[in-house]
Design a binder for this molecule. Structure first.
Ligand SMILES: Nc1ncnc2c1ncn2[C@@H]1O[C@H](COP(=O)(O)OP(=O)(O)OP(=O)(O)O)[C@@H](O)[C@H]1O
Ligand SMILES: [Mg+2]
Length: 291
């Protein structure tokens, strides 16, 4: 049995025995537009709705989530790979029992790992499907190969865009690189926009329509809209105090906006393809020409 086949068997077995988690990846073309705040506040809102949530911090440059949570993780994904830790040991439990896993630079180096290691990792990540209902992946900004790997492996991609002109053009460039990626499929990955730092609700809608006009015309990509997050001083204050605004000030206008976006994502009518963690990572590893 070759490695790819072994992986397929692990994934098949996992899918038959237990439910898979929903993997939602938060991304943006430009940096500093509000990805990490989106990831963390959606996590808190999902927790309030009774969901079990784990955030995977895949921004290898800066450890964003841990700073925003004010919690220091003991381990990261590298320790799973190189120190033989199991998945439960590398999860740090933050406020409201949101779990988070710090990526370290683990995933980038995965292409050099032996077969046994890869199987070990996949088997461990499959366990996340049993621990979490939703896994939120916070990516770095921009169009790097690593970010694109995460995006093509995700069932749901949330693109955070702000009204700044550079944010709009960078969002478009990111989507263009995504649809051109050899392993991107419209059937398995849905892309939806969140308009952040808007002054009025109409501004968010206008921003979406502007981007969607070029996306549907030139990229032929179905592109949804989840709604606006207002520019909110309460959010900046919460960031300074290292507490997610949804916890520190649940009635702040930004908290309410996160709540309504979380509700939209959890709406029963919303058809999502859950791919699960094992499928997510095997997709990434397959891209690295293993097996
Ligand atoms: N809706 C908002 N209202 C007010 N300030 C905001 C809002 N969203 C984000 N910010 C500000 O922008 C800063 C950057 O946000 P965040 O860290 O979430 O962005 P990011 O996209 O994750 O950045 P990076 O690309 O560096 O990872 C925050 O520290 C906060 O001060
Ligand atoms: Mg960030």
């Amino acid at each position: 049995m070759d490695q790819a086949e072994q992986l397929r068997n692990i994934i098949k077995a996992g899918n038959l025995q237990r439910p898979v988690a929903r993997v939602i990846t938060v991304t943006s073309g430009k940096g500093g537009v509000g990805k990490s705040n989106t990831a963390i506040n959606l996590a808190i809102q999902f927790r309030k709705m009774g969901q079990r949530v784990i955030i995977l911090d895949a921004d290898f440059g800066l450890a964003n989530i841990e700073i925003m949570f004010g919690a220091v993780p003991k381990h990261n994904l590298c320790d799973l790979i190189y120190q033989g830790k199991n998945i439960k040991e590398i999860i740090t439990w933050g406020p409201m029992e949101v779990g988070f896993i710090s990526g370290g630079s683990g995933i980038v180096g995965m292409s050099n790992l032996s077969k046994d290691y890869l199987n070990y990792i996949i088997q461990n990540l499959t366990e996340l499907d049993a621990i979490a209902d939703v896994i939120i992946v916070d990516t770095g900004a921009g169009i790097s190969d690593a970010v694109l790997e995460f995006l093509v492996a995700s069932g749901e991609i949330l693109l955070v865009t702000t009204p700044e002109p550079t944010s709009i053009t960078d969002s478009y460039s990111l989507l263009k690189a995504l649809v051109r990626h050899p392993r991107f499929s419209q059937e398995t990955s849905q892309v939806k926009m969140i308009a952040n730092k808007v002054d009025k609700e109409e501004d968010g809608q206008a921003l979406y329509e502007k981007l969607n006009a070029v996306v549907s015309r030139y990229l032929k990509l179905p592109f949804g809209y989840l709604g606006p997050i207002p520019q909110d001083n309460q959010l900046s204050k919460a960031v300074m105090q290292q507490v997610p605004v949804s916890m520190q000030n649940p009635t702040a206008k930004s908290s309410q906006a996160y709540e309504s976006i979380a509700a939209k994502l959890m709406n029963k009518e919303e058809t999502v393809r859950k791919r699960g963690m094992a499928a997510f990572f095997s997709h990434i590893l397959n891209g690295k020409k293993m097996g």
